[in-house]
Structures are given as structure tokens and as C-alpha cells.
Design a protein around this ligand. Structure first.
Ligand SMILES: [Zn+2]
Length: 322
């Protein structure tokens, strides 16, 4: 959760970035101090797998379900490799700073398809390393598939955004989000059968218009992407639609009684589904003007709740300008 010194550091960083520069990233941590809270307590209950390397930590969070975590970069992104008896699905590919394919190759020899929870750059960075990329097909996804040049993501690999050195060969000058080709479209209700597991696509617009959740109804597992994670959920971007998010979070909360685990895309890899009901209630309070905003940095406020929060524009009641 944020506190005053943290806000000071963020403002310092923004000044360093230049007037009016807001981090492009849908970031989820307190830049500058996030290293101090590592390792997060939730990881004490998990066994780090031997495929972990200097950049990624790998944890088995369910049978054949591998969380591939980037703890040393402020986004603390988590991608998931879900290995079935026939094929494997890689749900997100992270920042593209470390070599995620090398990790995936160690974990499975099955054919791998990539699917993104949404196309913010911190989840598509390794897409270029794979041949099969499934995606919902909105204008937003298609635009993001063209990648981002180094200048757009330089802050993501700056000293302030890291708690250890970059992998060999990666620099602020050469890090970029490489373009990738979408090879197959998915939409609401599609089911990806990986053999012993069926993964259903729920389109849950809000955070972005291409946000999806992945549901294994039989096991009661839900991958939430950035629509829920334990931390301040970033909802201040022009591409965020708060009315759509309200509906989507209500939809996820309605599933909670039948779920056994949530697998979010940042910070911690396994959460209790009951929290979705709290998120729904909290977000309704925010929209009704009944929650207390805490100024965060220029133009944004955070609404803090137990175990999560919402980072929003301070003028969030007005429609976003694109
Ligand atoms: Zn994200």
C-alpha cells in the first residue's frame, strides 16, 4: 500500500521522466521501494522450482500450473504455463526482459500456444518468441501487437524500476516490446482443450477492452489477469472503462462460490476467490462516492481496501478523454 514517502519518490521519478510524463505502464507497485517488500509473505508457502533463474522465479501453484514470476521488476508480473496431457497454454509472456521461452522449454515439450490476459505491454513482452498467439481481436489488441520501441519502455528497465541487474545483453537502449503476429482469434465462451483440462474464455472488458479471464470450471480455477490482483488495481488509463469493469467484476464475483483458487497477473500467484465479492462491493462504494480517495500522484487517487485497492483518475466520474 502506498504511503507518503512512496508518493514523494514517484513524483520525483515523474519529474525525472519529464513534465507531464505518466508511466506508460499499467504498473502495480510503488516504484522505488518495492524491493523492500520482497519476498512477499505469500511466497513462503510455495516451493521455488529449479527452473527458476536470475530473472524468473517459477512456482507450481496447481497440478501442471506454473506461475512464472518476475519479482525483480516493479510490475511483479506473473505469467502462467498450464500444461495439459496434449498441449500447453502460456497465459501471458511477461515484460520481455528475461527469456521466458527458455523457462517454458524446460517445463514442457508439449506444443505451446500463447494467450494474453490483455495486451498491456507487461503481459505481451515475450509473445514474439512463440509461433502460436491467440488473442481477442479488438482494435486495442491489434494496435498493441505492433509492439513498442525502446523509448516507450525505457523507464521499465531503469534503475528505479529494478531490484537487481538486467539479464545479460539487455539494456535500456535495446529493451523494447517486439511486435508479434496474432495467429488465432478467441472470443467469449470459446474453450481451449489442453487434454485433461478445459479452459474457457470469459471476455471481461474494463481494465482494457480486450481483457479476458480464463476459467477451468471443473477444477474451480480462475485466471483473472489484471481485473483482479492483490494490490492497487490500475484503472486510470484512457482505455479503462469503469462501467464495463463494474459489470465484469460482478460477473467474476458471482463465480466465486464455485471457485477454489484465483491466479492473478501481478504480485501473488494464488488468491482466495472470496475476495472477488469484496472487490465488487468495494468498487460499488467507489462509484457511489462512498469511499475515501487518497491522492497518489498528480491527477490520480487510490482507494484502499483490505488486500487490494483501485488506482483511478481523480476526475474518474467524468468520461475519460482519449
Ligand atoms: Zn498488468
Amino acid at each position: 500500500m502506498k504511503n507518503k514517502p512512496v508518493i514523494g519518490r514517484i513524483i520525483t521519478l515523474l519529474l525525472f521522466l519529464g513534465a507531464g510524463a505518466i508511466p506508460l505502464a499499467p504498473a502495480h507497485a510503488d516504484l522505488g521501494i518495492f524491493c523492500e517488500r520482497l519476498p512477499r509473505p505469500a511466497y513462503a508457502a510455495l516451493q521455488k522450482h529449479e527452473t527458476s533463474n536470475d530473472w524468473f522465479e517459477v512456482y507450481e501453484v496447481g497440478p501442471g500450473i506454473w506461475a512464472i514470476y518476475e519479482p525483480f521488476q516493479w510490475q511483479e508480473v506473473i505469467s502462467y504455463l498450464i500444461i495439459g496431457t496434449d498441449t500447453a497454454l502460456l497465459f501471458d509472456t511477461g515484460n520481455g526482459i528475461g527469456n521466458i521461452k527458455a523457462i517454458v522449454d524446460q517445463l514442457t515439450e508439449k506444443p505451446v500456444q500463447v494467450l494474453n490476459s490483455h495486451t498491456h505491454f507487461d503481459h505481451i513482452g515475450g509473445n514474439y518468441q512463440f509461433e502460436k498467439i491467440l488473442s481477442v481481436s479488438t482494435d486495442f489488441s491489434i494496435a498493441n501487437s505492433k509492439g513498442l520501441n525502446s523509448e516507450m519502455v525505457t523507464m521499465e528497465v531503469s534503475a528505479e524500476a529494478l531490484c537487481k541487474g538486467l539479464p545479460n545483453g539487455v539494456t535500456q537502449e535495446n529493451h523494447q516490446i517486439r511486435p508479434f503476429g496474432i495467429t488465432g482469434q478467441v472470443r467469449e465462451g470459446d474453450v481451449i482443450d489442453i487434454g485433461n483440462r478445459k479452459l474457457e474464455i470469459l471476455q471481461i472488458p474494463g481494465h482494457t477492452n480486450d481483457s479476458i479471464a480464463l476459467l477451468d470450471r471443473e477444477a474451480g480455477f480462475l485466471w483473472t489477469g489484471d481485473s483482479f490482483y492483490e494490490g492497487p488495481i490500475w484503472l486510470y488509463f484512457p482505455e479503462t472503462d469503469l462501467a464495463a469493469y463494474k459489470q465484469s467484476i460482478a460477473r467474476l464475483a458471482a463465480l466465486a462460490p464455485r471457485l477454489k483458487a484465483l491466479f492473478p497477473a501481478h504480485n501473488t500467484p494464488r488468491a482466495n476467490p472470496a475476495i472477488l465479492v469484496e472487490v465488487q462491493k468495494a468498487f460499488d462504494l467507489v462509484l457511489e462516492g462512498k469511499a475515501k480517495p487518497v491522492p497518489t500522484w498528480e491527477g490520480t487517487v487510490t482507494f484502499e481496501f483490505e488486500g487490494f485497492g483501485f488506482l483511478m483518475r481523480e476526475d474518474y466520474t467524468r468520461p475519460a478523454t482519449h
